[in-house]
Design a protein around this ligand. Structure first.
Ligand code: PLP
Length: 385
């Protein structure tokens, strides 16, 4: 299969960066086990530790705080389940717009879970957090994502941490969609744990990390050897980690995508006054647009754009191909119907002005047709009704 002409679905998975491929091929050629003391083992160990340094630098963290995992999903599970199993948390408070991997991990943690509300822009309600933390008993862990995968809205995580600290609660933030898109400063965020993933920044899928403050004594999810500071047993995914490191290094010189994204939204809204951009009134990462076209199903929009050679995402998370109304938008108070009409356009490291042009011309042409067809249908229904 050849690469698609215009790929604007970086939040689902970014195309792999050439530097990551190169690092992975080199790592595969080493072939040793990083725990071995011989030369191949030492070489492999060096690759891992260099990657750890690069990932830590992109997170503004210490290398010793980075635990490699199989991705963002595992990092989120390790944070929540590891804290509960380690006796660090007897209740969980998670925002209503978290990724499935946080929601499902919380639901499976066998402790009380409180869902934190967000406002119509998708921002967490800090007063409600304060109130809900007061209302419960026992040590709490608060999990609030840094940037939302569908809208790009950035949460005031440092403020969340300030409120949580007032109640002695631990804080985790899923920063999978923030890594490489906004400057991360782990100590300044003041969270205890933060999840990141390689394939959103041009690294390979299947590798990520939990960045964890020293002294947070998590119980590992699986049992085995002492790899990754005893928190993630199993021989390390050497090639994956090498690819993550190379992608992190490349992502350190961040591209400002705001001008491209802002033009996309400006021109789209000018051509289609009925369209909406969700979360536009809140701080957002500069690569993401969540767009609603009332009455036109997201999957119809995605398929039409695909036929025009443009890949975008359905705002409704479609982790297994199934499309359901976006829980993020319904948590923001939108109707199910509106949530079913949301698409996500997400730019990334290789996006260019020409990609935005191709998207705009394909989308505006399609939307014009779809809206006209809808109007004709409506007229017929009026006559017949
Ligand atoms: N968290 C967020 C916000 C995401 O967008 C994703 C990926 O879609 C994940 C976690 C899961 O990461 P991974 O695919 O590496 O398991």
């Amino acid at each position: 299969m050849t690469a698609v002409a215009t790929y604007l679905d970086h939040n689902a998975g970014a195309p792999i960066r050439p530097a990551a491929v190169e690092a992975m091929v080199a790592a595969l050629a080493i072939g040793g086990n990083p725990s071995s003391v011989h030369r191949a083992g030492r070489l492999a160990r060096r690759v891992i530790e260099e990657a750890r340094d690069s990932v830590a630098a992109l997170c503004g963290a210490e290398s010793s705080e980075v635990i490699f995992t199989s991705g963002g999903t595992e990092a989120n599970n390790l944070a929540l389940l590891g804290a509960v199993r380690g006796g660090l948390a007897a209740r969980l408070l998670v925002s209503g717009i978290e990724h499935d991997s946080v929601r499902a991990a919380a639901a499976g943690a066998s402790v009380p879970v409180t869902v934190l509300p967000v406002d119509s822009e998708g921002l967490i309600d800090l007063a409600a957090l304060d109130r809900l933390l007061s209302a419960g008993e026992g040590p709490a862990l608060v999990s609030v994502m840094l940037a939302n995968n569908e809208t790009g809205v950035i949460q005031p995580v440092a403020e969340v941490a300030r409120v949580a600290r007032g109640h002695g609660a631990l804080v985790h933030s899923d920063a999978v969609q923030a890594l490489g898109k906004t400057a991360l400063d782990f100590p300044a965020l003041d969270v205890d744990m933060m999840s990141v993933s390689a394939h959103k920044i041009g690294g390979p899928a299947g590798v990520g990390a939990l960045v964890k403050r020293a002294g947070i004594d998590l119980v590992p999810l699986s049992l085995g050897g002492g790899q990754e500071y005893g928190r993630r047993p199993g021989t390390e995914n050497l090639a994956g980690i090498a690819g993550f490191g190379a992608a992190a290094k490349a992502a350190a010189t961040r591209r400002d995508l705001a001008p491209l994204r802002d033009r996309l939204e400006r021109e789209l809204l000018a051509a289609l006054p009925g369209a909406r951009v969700f979360g536009a009134g809140a701080p957002r990462v500069d690569n993401t647009s969540c767009i609603g076209l009332a009455g036109v199903r997201a999957e119809t929009q995605v398929v039409a754009l695909d036929l025009a050679g443009v890949s975008i995402g359905a705002g409704a998370a479609c982790s297994s191909g199934k499309v359901r109304p976006s829980p993020v938008l319904t948590a923001m108070g939108e109707s199910e119907e509106t949530a079913r009409s949301a698409i996500r356009v997400s730019l990334g490291w290789n996006s260019e002005a020409a990609d935005v042009d191709r998207f705009l011309s394909a989308y505006i042409e399609f939307a014009g047709r779809a809206l006209k067809a809808r109007a004709v249908r409506g007229e017929k229904e009026t006559h017949h009704g």
